[in-house]
Ligand binder design. Sequence first.
Ligand SMILES: [Fe+2]
Ligand SMILES: [Fe+2]
Length: 411
Amino acid sequence: MIVKISTTSLKPGMYVTNPGLNPHANKGIFLAESEIKDHNEIDAIVGGNFTVTFIDTELGSYFADKPQIKAEIEKLYTLFAEVKYGEEKKRASFDVIIAGLGTAEQQYSRILSQYKSAISKISNNNPLDIAACEDLVRQLIDQHESISLAMTILTQLKRFDDYSYTHSLNVSILATAFGKHLDLGSEELMTLGMAGLFHDIGTIKIPDKILRKPGKLTPGEMAEIQKHPVYGSDLLSRYSRISADVLKIVNEHHEKFMGGGYPKNKYGDKINSKSYMVGIVDTYDSVRSDRVYRKGVNAHKAVSLIFNSRNISYPAFLVDSFVKYIGVYPIGSIVELKNGLKAIVVEQFSDSLLHPIVRVMLDENNRYCEPADVNLFDMSLRSDEYDIVRCLDKSECRLRLKAYLNRTRRQ
Ligand SMILES: [Fe+2]
Ligand SMILES: [Fe+2]
């Protein structure tokens, strides 16, 4: 079976193959027909800026003495390929989202303070207010689609000093929105929302000097951090209102599809699919955030990072659904086109994720110009001048999303 993996997961003895792709049109994918000889070869591939490759599990020596691992991987690929969720829906446009932004902002602030007061009780040795948390998740589930999408944009604008609260709320917002996109029922959405809120609650048992350490963690400190899923599920198991599914997700949100995660190094279908969903949105939100030890990446880079972990950290069908939901260039991303224009992504189509509709805001000399919407799919049929060449970081562009949103709302 041919499997797509990250080049950093290559092992000597794996057989690299090319499933018929043109190497010139697929830069970054290592395409060859050979067995990996040693670690030097892997280092050279990774160092050559190839991020993914394909391996054939039938060939090469690696899987020859590991029939169980081979069988598990192949079974999982078949199993996950057969899992079907509902059809992806067409999302609301940027303008509909903008119209709901004011309401979404008020809702976000209200829910955030509700969450803070429910959580703060625990630091004063009082029980957690589970009913209040269920109530706020229900508000997230019940809100109109445009407000829900506006909230996913707001998850990009949160403040650094509130990280532990905003991150948990963002994971809950993104997990329920992702679940809605997959047409999950209200009980499953509640499970996702509650698990999102509480996924990192175990970190309250970890000293601040480790959690906020700017430098590299020692192996001992790292081991302590990796206990937070167990601390969290233990703490929550004292509450009868918390379901077994929520406990499972809190415990499993750092487990990985191919193994190598924590706390139990589970893999494949031993991990609940909702744990994978929370894991995906957790990664998406945390890599975008500025932390004491690193700068956050833009939304497009966060999506690419998750895409590269397809069938490594998370099953492919869930990664693909997430990318279809959030977009390759998420709504609100600032992109640079080949002709030098800078634009904001305002609408996207799940069958043409590389060619969204963008609103051009800055000319090739970085001067504001009359906003104009351009359908990049139509333009791509005529020339490559309107191809997206990159996604800009907030610091690189004087076009500020929040300022732009305010400008739009004043009109
Ligand atoms: Fe975590
Ligand atoms: Fe987290």
